[in-house]
Design a protein around this ligand. Structure first.
Ligand SMILES: *Cc1c(COP(=O)(O)O)cnc(C)c1O
Length: 368
């Protein structure tokens, strides 16, 4: 069976190191924040080449606090992508603000930056670009629009650890970037985790306070603000400190697997993902488009190959967001992508033999 993620297999070669790290925290009793979290913040900030990193308990919490730090509040509008995980929009709603969507570019699945200006109103407060599948949104366009219209920006980098736009990683453009360490992300813990990365000391101070009940001093009871219980756990940071050592190697293996898929599927009916210029694609997902997707998926499953479908329904058509008032047909490219995308297993735990097996299975599924 070849599955989209196989964490036991990924962890097997470093199992002893991971277990030792977890036990060390258990014995130390530094469970909520603490030295492992501080070490991980320093090292992950360095990995991104950013000044600050603030560990929180999920990518969703990172987005919520990043938006709050940029002044997003009730009545504001935040322009984002309808083709993402629901957390991108939920975090906007947690601030009392409203997600406003632009359609996606069909080649990259990223928000179409040329449509952003049409959506700007006096209520627009911020842009929330989503670096989907491991490839970054054009940050020159984002910066230009934000500067021209005086808008804040928060980057959703939950799928983009190590990704680059012109050699710069999320969190180094003057905006907070939000990472997730959910177990299946390119860098994941053994549980939930997230991080806000950025260069602004005011953002750092505010989000550090808000993640831990709005205290002025960590561990104290002087609540300057009403904050949240969004702290990163020591055990997760210990796991992430170990796994960060391997992230670059794992990204290289994802890229090798993607290159092999391209070679094997070249000239077939499969629409391969576009790797855009000026970027480092870290292949959180290897996303193809196929016709008759349901049929292809069931054939693949017969062959023991489990693909992913991210995402089968765009956010503007989710029942949870019916009150936003969007309708079918509002974002045709996002809707078309939702009906066609299929993710082939590309994780670093897979070797060339497995990639060949998936590519062959896919060709057989398409021919039948
Ligand atoms: C995973 C993900 C999130 C949320 O991260 P959690 O750690 O699961 O809260 C947000 N945005 C995108 C695009 C994601 O893939």
């Amino acid at each position: 069976m070849i599955t989209p993620v196989n964490l036991p297999k990924l962890h097997a070669p470093i199992q002893a190191e991971l277990e030792e790290a977890v036990l060390r925290v258990m014995r130390s009793a530094a469970y909520c924040l603490g030295p492992e979290v501080e070490a991980f913040e320093t090292r992950f900030a360095a990995y991104c080449a950013a000044d600050h990193a603030i560990g929180v308990n999920s990518g969703t919490s990172a987005l919520h606090l990043a938006l709050l730090s940029q002044g997003v509040g009730p009545g504001d509008e935040v322009i984002t992508s309808p083709f993402s995980f629901i957390a991108s929009s939920a975090s906007i709603r947690y601030c009392g603000a409203r997600p406003v969507y632009v359609d996606i570019d069909p080649d990259s699945f990223l928000m179409e930056t040329r449509q952003i200006e049409d959506k700007i109103t006096p209520q627009t407060k911020a842009l929330l670009p989503v670096h989907l599948y491991g490839q970054m949104v054009d940050m020159d366009s984002i910066r230009k629009i934000a500067d021209q219209h005086g808008l804040a920006v928060a980057e959703d980098a939950a799928q983009a650890h190590g990704s680059e736009w012109k050699n710069q990683r999320p969190g180094t453009f003057g905006y907070p970037a939000c990472y997730s360490f959910y177990p299946t992300k390119n860098l994941g813990g053994c549980g939930e985790g997230g991080m806000i990365v950025g260069d602004d000391p005011t953002m750092r101070q505010l989000t550090s306070s808000l993640r831990s009940w709005g205290t002025g001093q960590p561990g104290q009871y002087d609540h300057v603000l009403e904050g949240f219980n969004y702290r990163l756990e020591g055990i997760q940071a210990a796991v992430l400190n170990v796994k960060l050592h391997y992230l670059e190697d794992w990204i290289a293996r994802r890229q090798d697997n993607a290159a092999l898929y391209r070679e094997l599927l070249d000239g077939t009916d499969v629409v391969l993902p576009t790797a855009l210029p000026d970027r480092r694609h870290v292949y959180h997902q290897f996303t193809i488009r196929v016709a008759r997707r349901d049929q292809v998926v069931s054939r693949l499953k017969e062959f023991g190959i489990i693909p992913g479908i991210f995402y089968p329904l765009p956010l503007h058509l989710q029942p949870a967001y019916s009150e936003l008032g969007y309708q079918k047909g509002d974002f045709p490219e996002a809707e078309k992508a939702a009906g066609e995308v299929l993710q082939l297993p590309v994780g670093p735990e897979l070797g060339p033999d497995e990639i060949r097996q998936v590519a062959q299975g896919l060709q057989d599924a398409l021919a039948s």
